[in-house]
Ligand binder design. Structure first.
Ligand code: DGL
Length: 267
């Protein structure tokens, strides 16, 4: 029965756990398969073609595992490949994540918003179209932060290193007038405390974990694919070092789970 099939969720590394956390909260009965493509992290500094090739490989794997839905819990991969994945797997629920430009445009009082994301996301035609469509009247300041991805992968979420890494980019966007900051990479919610401390309490930070989880629930509901179970299973897998994902799941989700190294055929 397809409602009992799992949902595949992936990212380049541990960042997608910020989306997975929201999915577990919104859909506690679902079985979830999470893949960290950590042999290929960071995606943000790779070509769109390379990121899309990884998206195809991982989606194929999820399809073989009979996933009823696939969540691309990565802004960079969504920008590079979401259209192609939907064309390759018509009829399957395929959900991506995009920077929260629309709510930011509604919330700003200064008319200036800042977006922290990867180089790949900010350079993508998909992001340009999103900004044009959702915020034509707003000034959007772009800030690629590849070093933040590294910090989160290393588990440095708070303390001197995190504070030092976020201080200058945050100050720069605030000095240019931004009053809303968009966390446009799924790794960045894990630096939220450091970013909020640098920005001060009057600045709103936006990420998309909860809205993506609600959209996934809506899609499942519409197709009568909600799993009626009360407690779903979670399986973690990594194409790179399994220990980094196990540590992140402990630190970020409070879960002590084994991580499967994925078969070489994936890579
Ligand atoms: N977490 C990813 C994103 O949302 C990618 C980070 C990376 O691998 O560079 O864009």
């Amino acid at each position: 029965m397809p409602a009992l099939h799992p949902i595949g969720v992936y990212d380049s590394g541990v960042g997608g756990l910020s989306v997975l956390r929201a999915i577990r909260d919104a859909l506690p009965g679902e079985d979830l398969l999470y893949v960290a493509d950590s042999a290929h992290v960071p995606y943000g500094e790779k070509s769109p073609a390379a990121v899309a090739a990884r998206a195809r490989a991982i989606a194929d794997r999820f399809v073989r595992l009979r996933a009823k839905a696939i969540v691309v819990a990565c802004n960079t991969a969504t920008a590079a490949a979401i259209g192609e994945l939907r064309a390759l797997h018509p009829g399957r629920i395929i959900i991506g994540v995009e920077p929260a430009i629309k709510p930011a445009a509604h919330l700003t009082a200064s008319g200036v918003i800042g977006v922290f994301a990867t180089t790949g996301t900010l350079a993508s035609p998909r992001f340009a179209a999103l900004a044009q469509r959702e915020a034509p009247e707003v000034r959007i300041l772009l800030k690629p932060c590849p070093q933040w991805v590294r910090l989160v992968e290393q588990g440095e979420l708070e303390g001197a290193a995190a504070d030092a890494a976020v201080r200058q980019p945050v100050q720069e966007l605030l000095a240019a007038g931004a009053d809303v900051l968009v966390l446009g990479c799924t790794h960045f919610p894990f630096l939220r405390a450091a970013i909020q401390a640098a920005a001060g309490p009057g600045v709103t930070l936006l990420d998309t974990g909860a809205p993506v989880a609600r959209w996934l629930r809506h899609q499942l509901q519409t197709r009568h694919l909600l799993n009626p179970a009360t407690a779903g299973r979670l399986e973690l897998a990594a194409t790179g070092n399994p220990r980094a994902l196990a540590r992140a799941a402990r630190a970020l989700l409070g879960l002590d789970l084994p991580v499967q190294p994925v078969p070489a055929a994936w890579c």
